[in-house]
Ligand binder design. Structure first.
Ligand code: FAD
Length: 404
């Protein structure tokens, strides 16, 4: 049986980054991807901030579909306000981006295997035996370290004994059309709320050039008898009536990984497999890149030291949460919980408070704490509102978190 230092399962951004860092650190690494090509099917609206992308990559035109200068926020009734910041983010062409990240792993020396579907994991004498189906046959390799980057439906972590269960409210059900409609405007991303169209979540329009874009909804805690698709149809037929649909995709985005242990002896899980997406937006590309990068770096160092114990790999957890800013993630998680308890009347109230503070405004920087402080200083009754919605403990937490 062929032996590797490390096997990475899943060739999305998290897995490719992990394989790249392991190879750069001198490890013999195998990256397994079940699909025939890297980046072949991407379930994503493809938005990413400039700050997150440029942590590791230059914004190269070949994988950027649109540069974002404006964001527009809609109330449940279709009123809106717009904020501006030049080049604040991008809508990627993830088919090309994901393939490019995998290419950097290959260039660093990782072995890549497509049409290789991981099936199971066994621990024997301190080594992992990793089984997968390739070319219709079961194959097996040995590895000292395994990284689970197999997305939201991850099997790797669980088979390694990690408890990655999260409550139902920590799942965004996200689905979208790729469509053409005059309301999709290049350079501007739009966000929509309202239980009637985007139950306990939000709708989006992310442009990809001209009037083409990703238009969808992320919903949560659905009422009996309703499916996520019902909301997508209602949303699109209202705001994008007559759209020319060119494609569709759907998946789930799990959040709340800050409460989980995402490493153990000889194993780390990264990206969606570790439930690390940003809690409010469900944006998971940044966490995938960061967790993959840090897990790969820590893995390479631990392999050299010959210590793959949970105690050694905890450095992955610590360094990841330093870069991700754990306090900001926790704040977003608590705000999401309050948001899940709001109905359309509440959303109208919040919108009416925010519109005069932000409409037409040029934002100088994107800093969650700064803006939360600004909002609660200018509209202190939103704190009372939050207390009513989510309880006084939440407000205490909020005051401490944003330094009020
Ligand atoms: C509709 C929708 C819109 C979204 N919009 C955004 C957005 O605008 N911005 C943003 O930041 N995030 C967005 N997200 C979330 C984002 O897509 C994910 O968080 C991100 O892709 C996570 O990266 P990952 O590498 O962890 O997992 P994935 O990208 O899911 O990659 C996992 C890989 O593992 C492979 N795999 C799975 N099982 C196996 C197996 N058994 N064997 C081998 N390979 C396997 C899969 O084929 C896949 O290639 C969206 C999600 C959805 C569903």
């Amino acid at each position: 049986m062929e032996r590797y230092d490390a096997v990475v399962v899943g060739g999305g951004p998290a897995g490719s980054m992990a394989a790249r860092r392991l190879a750069e650190g001198g490890a013999k690494v195998l990256l397994l991807e079940k699909r025939p090509e890297f980046g072949q099917v991407v379930q994503c609206a493809e938005g990413i901030s400039h700050r997150s992308l440029t942590l590791y990559f230059e914004p190269e035109p070949r994988f950027i579909a649109s540069v974002i200068d404006e964001a527009r926020f809609y109330s449940p009734d279709g009123e809106h306000f717009t904020v501006r910041k030049e080049g604040v983010g991008y809508v990627l062409e993830r088919k090309i981006f994901d393939r490019y990240v995998a290419q950097t792993a290959a260039e660093a020396g990782a072995e890549l295997l497509t049409k290789a579907q991981f099936t199971h994991l066994n621990r024997r004498n301190g080594l992992w035996e990793v089984s997968f189906i390739h070319g219709g046959r079961e194959e097996r390799v040995e590895a000292r370290l395994v990284i689970g980057a197999d997305g939201p439906g991850s099997k790797v972590g669980r088979q390694a004994g990690l408890n990655l269960d999260i409550p139902p409210e920590d799942y965004h059900y996200a689905l979208e059309y790729f469509l053409v409609h005059p309301a999709v405007e290049d350079g501007r991303i739009d966000f929509f709320v309202g239980d009637w169209c985007c139950w306990k979540g939000y709708g989006w329009s992310f442009p990809k050039g001209g009037h083409y874009g990703n238009v969808g909804v992320g919903v949560a805690l659905l009422p009996e008898g309703k499916s996520p698709r019902d909301y997508l149809e209602t949303f699109v037929s209202h705001y994008f009536k007559g759209a020319k649909v060119m494609g569709f995709t759907s998946s789930v985005v799990p959040v709340g990984g800050h409460r989980l242990q995402i490493y153990s002896d000889g194993i780390m899980v990264v990206g969606d497999a570790a439930r690390l997406a940003e809690p409010i937006s469900g944006g998971g590309i940044p966490a995938a890149l960061i967790s993959g990068s840090v897990a790969g770096e820590v893995g390479a160092e631990a392999l050299k030291e010959g210590d793959l114990s949970a105690r050694r790999l905890k450095e992955y957890h610590d360094r990841f949460w330093d870069i991700m800013n754990r306090r900001e993630y926790e704040l977003a998680y608590e705000v999401r919980r309050a948001f899940l308890r709001m109905d359309d009347e509440d959303l109208r109230y919040v919108f009416a408070k925010l519109k005069p503070l932000f409409d037409g405004r040029e934002l100088d920087e994107i800093d969650a704490f700064k803006w939360a402080r600004y909002i609660f200083t200018k509209a202190p009754d939103l704190l009372l509102f939050a207390a009513r919605k989510a309880g006084p403990a939440f407000v205490d937490y909020l005051r401490r978190a944003v330094g009020l």
